[in-house]
Design a protein around this ligand. Structure first.
Ligand SMILES: [Cu+2]
Length: 57
């Protein structure tokens, strides 16, 4: 399980984008988004750096 803190993620639209971004890297990834803490938890075989880079974009 990898967790990422995304301070700019503030609404459902952001959440959708985050989910789409991760799905484009790994369609089988298990993604949990918590808007109240602005945290994303990802269960995926894809490396942390790749996910972090994609989320930054
Ligand atoms: Cu938003």
């Amino acid at each position: 399980m990898q967790t990422f803190n995304l301070p700019t993620m503030s609404c459902g639209h952001c959440e959708k984008k985050v989910r789409e971004t991760i799905a484009s890297l790994d369609p089988d990834a298990d993604v949990k988004v918590d808007l109240s803490t602005r945290t994303v938890s990802v269960e995926s075989a894809v490396g942390r750096d790749r996910i972090a880079d994609a989320l930054k974009a």
